[in-house]
Design a binder for this molecule. Structure first.
Ligand code: AMP
Ligand code: MG
Length: 340
Protein backbone atom coordinates (compact mmCIF):
# COMPACT_ATOMS: atom_id res chain seq x y z
CA UNK A 1 0.00 0.00 0.00
CA UNK A 2 1.56 3.28 -1.03
CA UNK A 3 -0.77 5.96 0.24
CA UNK A 4 -4.40 7.03 0.34
CA UNK A 5 -5.63 10.29 -1.00
CA UNK A 6 -9.19 11.26 -0.20
CA UNK A 7 -10.39 14.19 -2.20
CA UNK A 8 -12.59 15.85 0.42
CA UNK A 9 -13.54 18.95 -1.52
CA UNK A 10 -11.90 21.04 -4.18
CA UNK A 11 -8.20 21.45 -3.40
CA UNK A 12 -8.43 19.61 -0.09
CA UNK A 13 -6.77 16.31 0.40
CA UNK A 14 -6.05 14.11 3.35
CA UNK A 15 -3.10 11.94 2.52
CA UNK A 16 -2.15 9.14 4.85
CA UNK A 17 0.80 6.79 5.06
CA UNK A 18 3.70 9.16 4.67
CA UNK A 19 5.91 6.12 4.92
CA UNK A 20 5.38 2.89 3.07
CA UNK A 21 6.15 -0.58 4.30
CA UNK A 22 7.13 -3.36 1.96
CA UNK A 23 5.74 -6.29 3.94
CA UNK A 24 6.32 -9.87 3.07
CA UNK A 25 2.63 -10.68 2.88
CA UNK A 26 2.83 -13.93 1.03
CA UNK A 27 5.89 -15.70 2.22
CA UNK A 28 7.20 -17.62 5.15
CA UNK A 29 10.73 -18.07 6.35
CA UNK A 30 11.82 -20.72 8.81
CA UNK A 31 8.70 -21.38 10.81
CA UNK A 32 7.42 -17.79 10.81
CA UNK A 33 4.87 -16.25 8.51
CA UNK A 34 3.98 -12.62 7.99
CA UNK A 35 0.41 -11.34 8.51
CA UNK A 36 -0.94 -7.87 7.98
CA UNK A 37 -4.11 -5.97 8.93
CA UNK A 38 -5.24 -2.37 8.67
CA UNK A 39 -7.91 -0.27 10.36
CA UNK A 40 -9.03 3.33 10.20
CA UNK A 41 -8.23 4.85 13.63
CA UNK A 42 -7.12 8.34 14.76
CA UNK A 43 -8.20 9.73 11.39
CA UNK A 44 -5.68 7.62 9.54
CA UNK A 45 -5.01 4.12 8.22
CA UNK A 46 -3.19 2.07 10.86
CA UNK A 47 -1.39 -0.89 9.34
CA UNK A 48 0.12 -3.70 11.38
CA UNK A 49 2.42 -6.40 10.06
CA UNK A 50 3.63 -9.21 12.33
CA UNK A 51 5.71 -12.35 11.93
CA UNK A 52 4.37 -15.32 13.93
CA UNK A 53 4.22 -19.09 13.81
CA UNK A 54 0.46 -19.26 13.43
CA UNK A 55 -2.22 -17.03 11.98
CA UNK A 56 -4.27 -17.28 15.16
CA UNK A 57 -1.35 -15.94 17.21
CA UNK A 58 -1.02 -13.01 14.79
CA UNK A 59 -4.71 -12.14 14.67
CA UNK A 60 -5.32 -12.18 18.42
CA UNK A 61 -2.16 -10.16 19.16
CA UNK A 62 -3.05 -7.59 16.51
CA UNK A 63 -6.57 -7.31 17.93
CA UNK A 64 -5.09 -6.39 21.32
CA UNK A 65 -2.66 -3.94 19.76
CA UNK A 66 -5.43 -2.25 17.75
CA UNK A 67 -7.50 -1.97 20.95
CA UNK A 68 -4.59 -0.07 22.53
CA UNK A 69 -4.63 2.48 19.69
CA UNK A 70 -8.43 2.79 19.95
CA UNK A 71 -8.09 3.47 23.68
CA UNK A 72 -5.51 6.20 22.97
CA UNK A 73 -7.83 7.79 20.40
CA UNK A 74 -10.77 7.72 22.84
CA UNK A 75 -8.73 9.41 25.57
CA UNK A 76 -6.50 11.81 23.67
CA UNK A 77 -8.45 13.34 20.80
CA UNK A 78 -9.24 17.00 21.45
CA UNK A 79 -12.06 16.71 18.91
CA UNK A 80 -13.94 13.91 20.71
CA UNK A 81 -16.36 15.36 23.25
CA UNK A 82 -16.06 12.37 25.55
CA UNK A 83 -12.25 12.26 25.63
CA UNK A 84 -10.10 13.05 28.65
CA UNK A 85 -8.40 15.90 26.78
CA UNK A 86 -11.75 17.43 25.73
CA UNK A 87 -12.77 17.31 29.42
CA UNK A 88 -9.51 19.02 30.38
CA UNK A 89 -10.08 21.68 27.73
CA UNK A 90 -13.60 22.37 29.10
CA UNK A 91 -12.79 22.27 32.81
CA UNK A 92 -9.04 22.81 33.21
CA UNK A 93 -9.28 26.48 34.10
CA UNK A 94 -11.86 25.93 36.85
CA UNK A 95 -10.26 22.94 38.50
CA UNK A 96 -7.48 20.46 37.98
CA UNK A 97 -8.42 17.28 36.14
CA UNK A 98 -7.02 13.95 37.41
CA UNK A 99 -5.04 11.80 34.94
CA UNK A 100 -4.02 8.16 34.88
CA UNK A 101 -0.28 7.64 35.16
CA UNK A 102 0.41 6.74 31.54
CA UNK A 103 -1.48 9.74 30.17
CA UNK A 104 0.04 12.07 32.75
CA UNK A 105 3.49 10.84 31.68
CA UNK A 106 2.59 11.54 28.04
CA UNK A 107 1.54 15.09 28.96
CA UNK A 108 4.82 15.47 30.81
CA UNK A 109 6.77 14.26 27.76
CA UNK A 110 4.86 16.71 25.53
CA UNK A 111 5.55 19.56 27.97
CA UNK A 112 9.25 18.62 28.07
CA UNK A 113 9.35 18.66 24.24
CA UNK A 114 7.66 22.07 24.28
CA UNK A 115 10.41 23.40 26.54
CA UNK A 116 13.25 21.66 24.64
CA UNK A 117 12.09 23.07 21.30
CA UNK A 118 11.77 26.60 22.68
CA UNK A 119 8.02 26.45 22.12
CA UNK A 120 8.17 25.45 18.42
CA UNK A 121 6.28 22.37 19.57
CA UNK A 122 3.60 23.53 21.98
CA UNK A 123 1.07 21.11 23.44
CA UNK A 124 -1.26 24.04 24.21
CA UNK A 125 -1.72 24.87 20.47
CA UNK A 126 -5.42 23.87 20.65
CA UNK A 127 -6.99 27.40 20.54
CA UNK A 128 -5.15 27.98 17.25
CA UNK A 129 -5.49 24.44 15.84
CA UNK A 130 -9.25 24.34 16.53
CA UNK A 131 -9.70 27.63 14.66
CA UNK A 132 -8.11 26.17 11.51
CA UNK A 133 -10.37 23.10 11.76
CA UNK A 134 -8.20 20.79 9.68
CA UNK A 135 -10.27 17.85 10.91
CA UNK A 136 -13.02 19.13 8.62
CA UNK A 137 -10.83 20.24 5.73
CA UNK A 138 -9.70 23.60 7.11
CA UNK A 139 -10.69 27.26 6.85
CA UNK A 140 -8.56 30.40 6.78
CA UNK A 141 -9.24 32.17 10.11
CA UNK A 142 -9.71 35.93 10.25
CA UNK A 143 -6.83 37.98 11.65
CA UNK A 144 -8.56 39.07 14.88
CA UNK A 145 -9.65 35.55 15.87
CA UNK A 146 -6.16 34.24 15.11
CA UNK A 147 -4.53 36.90 17.30
CA UNK A 148 -6.91 36.08 20.17
CA UNK A 149 -6.16 32.38 19.80
CA UNK A 150 -2.37 32.88 19.66
CA UNK A 151 -2.56 34.87 22.93
CA UNK A 152 -4.04 31.79 24.65
CA UNK A 153 -1.22 29.46 23.58
CA UNK A 154 1.66 28.91 26.00
CA UNK A 155 2.84 25.67 27.57
CA UNK A 156 4.22 27.61 30.54
CA UNK A 157 0.64 28.31 31.62
CA UNK A 158 -0.16 24.63 31.85
CA UNK A 159 -0.02 23.26 35.37
CA UNK A 160 1.17 19.66 35.60
CA UNK A 161 0.73 18.69 39.25
CA UNK A 162 3.05 15.70 39.62
CA UNK A 163 2.13 15.02 43.23
CA UNK A 164 -1.60 14.68 42.58
CA UNK A 165 -1.19 13.63 38.96
CA UNK A 166 -3.63 16.27 37.76
CA UNK A 167 -3.58 18.97 35.09
CA UNK A 168 -5.02 22.48 34.89
CA UNK A 169 -4.69 25.83 33.13
CA UNK A 170 -3.48 29.13 34.57
CA UNK A 171 -5.38 31.08 31.89
CA UNK A 172 -8.94 30.94 30.64
CA UNK A 173 -9.47 29.77 27.06
CA UNK A 174 -6.42 27.50 27.01
CA UNK A 175 -6.54 24.01 25.54
CA UNK A 176 -4.32 21.00 24.92
CA UNK A 177 -3.81 19.33 21.52
CA UNK A 178 -1.71 16.17 21.53
CA UNK A 179 -2.11 15.66 17.77
CA UNK A 180 1.63 15.97 17.19
CA UNK A 181 2.63 13.20 19.62
CA UNK A 182 -0.44 11.01 20.28
CA UNK A 183 -0.16 8.79 17.21
CA UNK A 184 3.47 8.01 17.98
CA UNK A 185 2.63 7.29 21.59
CA UNK A 186 -0.25 5.01 20.60
CA UNK A 187 2.03 3.12 18.21
CA UNK A 188 4.57 2.58 21.02
CA UNK A 189 1.83 1.26 23.31
CA UNK A 190 0.55 -1.06 20.61
CA UNK A 191 4.06 -2.39 19.93
CA UNK A 192 4.50 -3.04 23.67
CA UNK A 193 1.32 -5.15 23.50
CA UNK A 194 2.75 -7.21 20.64
CA UNK A 195 6.02 -7.62 22.55
CA UNK A 196 4.11 -8.81 25.63
CA UNK A 197 2.64 -11.54 23.40
CA UNK A 198 6.16 -12.60 22.43
CA UNK A 199 6.08 -10.97 18.97
CA UNK A 200 9.48 -9.49 18.21
CA UNK A 201 9.27 -8.98 14.44
CA UNK A 202 6.62 -6.43 13.56
CA UNK A 203 5.78 -3.05 12.08
CA UNK A 204 3.02 -0.70 13.18
CA UNK A 205 2.35 2.23 10.87
CA UNK A 206 -0.19 4.89 11.86
CA UNK A 207 -0.24 7.05 8.74
CA UNK A 208 3.48 7.69 8.63
CA UNK A 209 4.24 7.15 12.33
CA UNK A 210 6.08 3.82 12.41
CA UNK A 211 7.53 1.60 15.06
CA UNK A 212 9.62 -1.31 13.82
CA UNK A 213 10.74 -4.32 15.78
CA UNK A 214 13.12 -7.02 14.59
CA UNK A 215 13.25 -7.70 10.88
CA UNK A 216 11.36 -9.33 8.05
CA UNK A 217 11.82 -13.09 8.32
CA UNK A 218 14.60 -14.20 6.00
CA UNK A 219 15.72 -10.63 5.25
CA UNK A 220 17.39 -9.13 8.31
CA UNK A 221 15.58 -5.78 7.98
CA UNK A 222 12.27 -4.12 7.10
CA UNK A 223 12.30 -1.90 4.02
CA UNK A 224 10.58 1.43 4.73
CA UNK A 225 9.70 4.02 2.10
CA UNK A 226 9.51 7.74 2.80
CA UNK A 227 6.77 9.54 0.88
CA UNK A 228 7.80 12.25 -1.59
CA UNK A 229 6.20 15.44 -0.21
CA UNK A 230 5.15 16.76 -3.61
CA UNK A 231 4.48 13.62 -5.64
CA UNK A 232 1.65 11.55 -4.15
CA UNK A 233 2.38 7.85 -4.34
CA UNK A 234 6.06 8.38 -5.19
CA UNK A 235 8.76 7.49 -2.71
CA UNK A 236 11.49 9.99 -1.97
CA UNK A 237 13.78 7.25 -0.69
CA UNK A 238 13.84 4.00 1.27
CA UNK A 239 15.67 2.77 4.36
CA UNK A 240 16.38 -0.80 5.47
CA UNK A 241 15.77 -0.72 9.22
CA UNK A 242 15.49 -2.83 12.39
CA UNK A 243 14.31 -1.92 15.90
CA UNK A 244 13.58 1.78 15.64
CA UNK A 245 10.82 4.31 15.24
CA UNK A 246 10.58 6.44 12.08
CA UNK A 247 8.05 9.23 11.78
CA UNK A 248 7.33 11.80 9.08
CA UNK A 249 5.54 15.14 9.48
CA UNK A 250 4.54 16.74 6.20
CA UNK A 251 2.65 19.73 4.87
CA UNK A 252 0.87 17.38 2.42
CA UNK A 253 -0.93 15.38 5.12
CA UNK A 254 -3.73 17.85 5.88
CA UNK A 255 -3.97 21.00 3.82
CA UNK A 256 -6.07 23.19 1.58
CA UNK A 257 -5.06 25.62 -1.15
CA UNK A 258 -6.59 29.08 -1.36
CA UNK A 259 -5.41 31.89 -3.63
CA UNK A 260 -2.54 29.67 -4.74
CA UNK A 261 -1.26 29.36 -1.15
CA UNK A 262 -0.95 26.02 0.67
CA UNK A 263 -2.33 26.16 4.22
CA UNK A 264 -1.45 23.07 6.25
CA UNK A 265 -1.86 21.68 9.75
CA UNK A 266 1.61 22.20 11.28
CA UNK A 267 1.33 25.58 12.94
CA UNK A 268 3.83 28.09 14.21
CA UNK A 269 2.71 28.89 17.78
CA UNK A 270 4.14 32.43 17.48
CA UNK A 271 2.06 33.51 14.47
CA UNK A 272 -0.70 30.88 14.46
CA UNK A 273 0.03 30.38 10.74
CA UNK A 274 1.28 27.19 9.03
CA UNK A 275 5.07 26.87 9.37
CA UNK A 276 6.79 27.76 6.11
CA UNK A 277 10.36 26.38 6.15
CA UNK A 278 9.79 22.71 5.28
CA UNK A 279 7.80 20.33 3.12
CA UNK A 280 8.50 17.32 5.34
CA UNK A 281 10.61 16.12 8.25
CA UNK A 282 11.47 12.46 8.88
CA UNK A 283 12.85 11.49 12.30
CA UNK A 284 14.31 8.23 13.60
CA UNK A 285 14.35 7.71 17.39
CA UNK A 286 14.00 4.95 19.98
CA UNK A 287 10.29 5.62 20.47
CA UNK A 288 7.62 6.77 18.04
CA UNK A 289 6.35 9.32 20.59
CA UNK A 290 9.73 11.06 20.63
CA UNK A 291 10.13 10.82 16.83
CA UNK A 292 6.60 12.18 16.33
CA UNK A 293 7.03 15.17 18.63
CA UNK A 294 10.57 15.91 17.39
CA UNK A 295 9.44 15.81 13.72
CA UNK A 296 6.73 18.39 14.38
CA UNK A 297 9.14 20.56 16.39
CA UNK A 298 11.82 20.44 13.67
CA UNK A 299 9.20 21.23 11.02
CA UNK A 300 8.24 24.43 12.84
CA UNK A 301 11.89 25.35 13.50
CA UNK A 302 12.73 25.16 9.78
CA UNK A 303 15.63 23.39 8.06
CA UNK A 304 18.69 24.91 9.78
CA UNK A 305 17.39 25.19 13.34
CA UNK A 306 15.45 21.97 12.87
CA UNK A 307 18.58 19.98 12.01
CA UNK A 308 20.50 21.49 14.98
CA UNK A 309 17.60 20.62 17.26
CA UNK A 310 17.49 17.00 16.05
CA UNK A 311 21.29 16.70 16.40
CA UNK A 312 21.05 17.95 20.00
CA UNK A 313 18.88 15.00 21.02
CA UNK A 314 20.72 11.77 21.90
CA UNK A 315 19.79 8.84 19.65
CA UNK A 316 17.77 11.04 17.28
CA UNK A 317 18.55 11.44 13.57
CA UNK A 318 16.63 12.59 10.58
CA UNK A 319 16.25 14.46 7.34
CA UNK A 320 14.38 17.56 6.32
CA UNK A 321 12.97 18.40 2.90
CA UNK A 322 12.99 22.20 2.87
CA UNK A 323 10.49 24.50 1.16
CA UNK A 324 12.52 24.31 -2.10
CA UNK A 325 12.69 20.52 -2.00
CA UNK A 326 16.38 20.37 -0.93
CA UNK A 327 17.41 17.66 1.55
CA UNK A 328 19.15 18.36 4.87
CA UNK A 329 20.56 15.49 6.97
CA UNK A 330 21.53 15.21 10.63
CA UNK A 331 24.46 12.95 9.69
CA UNK A 332 26.27 11.42 6.74
CA UNK A 333 25.72 7.87 8.00
CA UNK A 334 21.95 8.22 7.70
CA UNK A 335 22.36 9.74 4.24
CA UNK A 336 24.47 6.74 3.22
CA UNK A 337 21.77 4.37 4.50
CA UNK A 338 19.15 5.92 2.24
CA UNK A 339 18.43 4.38 -1.16
CA UNK A 340 17.01 6.69 -3.79
P1 AMP B 1 2.22 16.03 13.09
O1 AMP B 1 1.45 15.51 11.92
O2 AMP B 1 2.73 14.98 14.02
O3 AMP B 1 3.30 17.00 12.71
O4 AMP B 1 1.20 16.83 14.01
C1 AMP B 1 0.38 17.84 13.52
C2 AMP B 1 -0.79 18.03 14.47
O5 AMP B 1 -0.29 18.49 15.72
C3 AMP B 1 -1.77 19.07 14.00
O6 AMP B 1 -2.85 18.48 13.31
C4 AMP B 1 -2.21 19.73 15.30
O7 AMP B 1 -3.22 18.95 15.92
C5 AMP B 1 -0.97 19.64 16.16
N1 AMP B 1 -0.02 20.75 15.99
C6 AMP B 1 0.08 21.65 14.96
N2 AMP B 1 1.10 22.50 15.17
C7 AMP B 1 1.66 22.16 16.36
C8 AMP B 1 2.74 22.66 17.13
N3 AMP B 1 3.47 23.71 16.73
N4 AMP B 1 3.03 22.04 18.31
C9 AMP B 1 2.32 20.99 18.74
N5 AMP B 1 1.28 20.47 18.07
C10 AMP B 1 0.96 21.04 16.89
MG1 MG C 1 4.38 14.84 15.20
Amino acid sequence: MAFIALKMRKNIFVVGLALTIFPNLCCSSGNKQVFSESKLIMGTVVQMTVATRTEQEARSAMQEAFAEIERADGLLSSYREGSLIAKLNREGHDHKVPFEKDIFDLMDEAATMSEASGGAFDLTIWPVASLWGFDKGGVLPDKGSLEDAVAKVGYRNLHLDKKNRSVGFHRRGMGVDLGAIAKGWAVDRAMARLAARGIDHAIIDAGGDLRISGSRPGKGFWRIGVQHPREPGVLLLTFDLTDTAIVTSGDYERFFIEGGVRYHHILDPVTGMPATGCQSVTVLAATAAEADAAATAAFVLGPERGISFLRSRPGVRGLIVDADGALHWTDGDLEKMARR
